[in-house]
Ligand binder design. Structure first.
Ligand SMILES: O=C(O)[C@H](O)[C@@H](O)[C@H](O)[C@H](O)CO
Ligand SMILES: [Mg+2]
Length: 391
């Protein structure tokens, strides 16, 4: 089949979610010469209009090419876009197209993605919850909400207890963070995994101090404890702590992943299929991590197409730790968009056997939600925190 059309589609609704920067979804629709439709998803954040345009630019390179030549198509864009290794917009655009192409190959062969990738290693995917602590400030609020999700069957949860601290943290901030983490640990007991999200916002001295204070609550990992590009900070953090480090949601290529792996800067890698290079690159990152003895916990914070493809990928790799999930805290339209096909039950996501990425799109809803790619408002609370927690 030939690629006939590649279109970015922006979806949004008044119903917000727990993460402001995921209130918009960028879908990519690819239509083939025989009229089959495949879908991928790109990362929205504060770059919705830029990513929309980047997808249009990728389309100029790939329309007319063979759907099935997945590696070749990625490589053709690599050849054209001199700045791919430096551009998040370009990386997420080609990632979304790549996901849609895998979806189409699966549909052509009548096979779910997991079959194309070597078959299921597990029948359902263990997930951890994120997005559950909207408007939580006090330790009691965190504890209450954490108990609710354990009752729902979740075996792991992630949260950012650092309020409005950025770059550095003082004694007051450390105490507040510790009170929140302590309350959650006591609320969920020792059997449930807790993960501490730092959102890559501290200098090494601050995060080392944080590790000293919070390590005793036995977190499964400390996520992005220092600023993403602060390699010296990571080295210092590694030397000065004995907690497990997770990072990877901002990686945009295989070789960038190799850099952090070879430096030994992480114990858990968190590639995001929607910006690391689609299924084509994500599976290589997982293999690379396997060779380094590093486990994978895919970053999965945006929409329901990203979630669907991440569930498929997570079902096949041997070195999966956990998959992130916002599913139960999505605005309802994101679940409706895929006919609620990837439900979480007892802390596990169902792996569907449908062809391609495993979900079909509610075209009627898509039409209703389609919007112009707008520049987002910037408010005091940054878009990357869970809403109502920047206090
Ligand atoms: O690990 C993650 O999921 C990412 O750091 C982010 O995507 C935020 O946590 C999310 O947006 C909520 O603020
Ligand atoms: Mg994160």
């Amino acid at each position: 089949m030939k690629i006939r059309e590649i279109s970015p589609i922006v979806l949004t609704s008044k119903e917000g979610g727990s993460a402001t920067w995921a209130s918009t979804m960028i879908l990519v629709r690819v239509v083939t010469s025989d009229g089959t439709t495949g879908y991928g998803e790109a990362v929205p954040t504060l770059r919705v209009s830029q990513v929309f345009r980047a997808v249009e630019q990728v389309a100029k390179s790939l329309v007319g090419k063979d759907v099935e030549r997945l590696e070749r198509n990625y490589h053709d864009w690599y050849l054209q876009d001199f700045y791919l290794s430096r551009s998040f917009e370009s990386a997420t655009a080609i990632s979304a197209v790549d996901i849609a192409l895998w979806d189409l190959v699966g549909k052509e062969l009548g096979a779910p993605l997991h079959l194309l990738l070597g078959g299921k290693f597990r029948d359902s995917v263990p997930v951890y919850a994120n997005g559950w602590y909207r408007d939580c400030i006090t330790p009691e609020q965190f504890a209450e909400r954490a108990k609710e999700l354990v009752r729902k069957g979740y075996k792991g949860l992630k949260f950012d207890p650092f309020g409005r601290y950025f770059d550095w943290i003082d004694e007051k901030g450390l105490r507040e963070a510790e009170e929140r983490v302590k309350a959650v640990r006591e609320a969920v007991g020792d059997e449930v995994e807790i993960m501490i999200e730092h959102h890559g916002r501290f200098n090494a001295n601050s995060s080392v101090e944080i590790a000293r204070r919070l390590g005793k609550y036995n977190p499964l990992f400390m996520e992005e404890p220092v600023h993403h590009e602060d390699v010296e900070g990571y080295r210092k953090y590694r030397r000065s702590t004995n907690v497990r480090i997770a990072l990877g949601e901002r990686l945009i290529s295989l070789k960038e992943a190799l850099f952090y792996l070879r430096e030994g800067l992480m114990d858990v890698i968190q590639p995001d299929v929607t910006n690391v290079g689609g299924v084509t690159v994500a599976r290589k990152v997982c293999a690379l991590a396997e060779a380094f003895g590093v486990e994978v916990a895919f970053h999965n914070a945006f929409g329901s197409v990203q979630n669907a493809v991440s569930v498929q990928l997570a079902s096949v790799i041997p070195n999966l730790l956990l998959l992130e999930s916002f599913y139960d805290w999505f605005p309802s339209w994101k679940r409706d968009l895929i006919f609620n096909e990837t439900v979480v039950e007892d802390g596990h996501a169902k792996v569907t056997g449908r062809a391609g990425i495993g979900v079909s799109i509610n075209e009627k809803l898509l039409e209703e939600l389609e919007a112009d790619p707008k520049t987002l408002e910037v408010k005091e609370e940054p878009v990357w925190v869970v809403q109502g927690t920047w206090k």
